[in-house]
Write a protein that binds this ligand. Structure first.
Ligand code: ISE
Length: 336
């Protein structure tokens, strides 16, 4: 039984806890820490065997925990992830790995110094059966070399902390930055962020929607829409245009209802519901890796590459939508 400590008992932390406690026989949450005593109590009330820690660093050091899950605010990830690595414990960190490339570099340096991979990043879309099918279509060669990717990421409304203009790229669009690299096996070269007029449904200081155009080193064109206040639901699209065919992400299999002169199917407004199966598969896979002490999921390098794309987008926006280079260090041998 792998004994896990959870740091960050907000919505996503509690979702991982429910998955682990109810659907993963080989692991259990034994400890929780959160800046909010109220959030901690939500977990300990539901699962009385879980020990509550005021200090997350005590949880990391405790002999009670074999491995750590970090689901705190993005800007605190670096501190808890590096402490876990230094304590020699496997650590699963929710996306984004960090909100700056500098923080991602610090995490990579800690892992390289520790001498083995300890970190897995929660890019759960890699475990979604729809994206897996799109990847198989590319890898099998049946649609030929990918040339273009068109992707849309729409949230009914932002959730959690106040959503800022930067967070559209570095909090939400990181999913696309990661999944596109994973699908194509390519890295980004150039980025451009374009701001059309904003919806009146967004907070006054939020630029929403935003359009991003990326070019990979291999010459693939990627266009991404991020729209945080689309109102009608949580809606994710991805189409890969290849030389001999196209592959599209399927919509969730909801029943088509015919009524009142219309044909309808439900678009769930909640993102955790859209990717519910992927979250379970991701956690099962991570626990198996921890048991074997050998990681195969998204790495610190993947977290860094997504953060580099996000930073380039912000630079482009601040430069009035200019095309900018995606600045990336050379990939350390450790992550090859
Ligand atoms: C959230 O953290 C996610 O992971 C969702 O997939 C994304 O759509 C949402 O905007 C983020 O806040």
């Amino acid at each position: 039984m792998i004994k896990l400590g959870l740091i960050g008992a907000g919505g996503i932390g509690r979702m991982h806890t429910d998955i682990i406690m109810n659907q993963i026989p080989g692991a259990e949450i034994v400890a929780v820490s959160d800046i909010s005593a109220e959030n901690r109590a939500k977990i300990t009330d539901q699962y009385p065997s879980v020990k509550s820690f005021d200090d997350p660093h005590e949880l990391i050091k405790s002999s009670l925990t074999d491995a750590v899950i970090v689901t705190t605010w993005d800007r605190t990830h670096e501190e808890f992830v590096t402490a876990s690595i230094k304590a020699g414990k496997h650590v699963f960190c929710e996306k984004p790995l960090a909100d700056t490339t500098k923080a991602c570099v610090n995490i990579m340096e800690a892992e390289i110094a520790a001498g083995k991979r300890y970190l897995t990043v929660g890019f759960m879309r890699r475990y979604d059966s729809g994206y897996v099918q799109v990847k198989e279509a590319i890898d099998s060669g049946r649609i030929g070399r990918p040339l273009l990717l068109h992707e849309q990421h729409r949230n009914a409304h932002p959730t959690g902390e106040k959503h800022t203009t930067d967070m559209s790229a570095n909090g939400a669009l990181v999913h696309e930055f990661d999944i596109t690299r994973w699908l194509t096996g390519d890295e980004y070269e150039m980025a451009q962020l374009i701001c059309p007029r904003s919806t009146r449904n967004a907070d006054e200081d939020l630029i929403d929607p935003q359009m991003v155009i990326l070019r990979t080193k291999g010459g693939i064109h990627v266009d991404l829409e991020i729209y945080m206040n689309c109102i009608y639901g949580y809606d994710i699209h991805c189409e890969v245009v290849g030389e001999e065919g196209c592959a599209s992400l399927p919509d969730p299999a909801n029943a088509v209802i015919r009524e009142n002169g219309a044909r309808l199917y439900k678009i769930d407004p909640v993102w955790v519901n859209r990717f519910a199966d992927a979250y379970v598969t991701e956690m099962r896979d991570w626990i198996k890796c921890v048991e074997k002490d050998s990681l195969t999921g998204p790495s610190a390098w993947d977290g860094y590459a997504a953060a580099a794309a996000a930073e380039a987008c912000t630079r482009s926006r601040l430069a009035g939508g200019q095309v900018v280079k995606v600045e990336m260090m050379d990939k350390p041998e450790f992550y090859r």
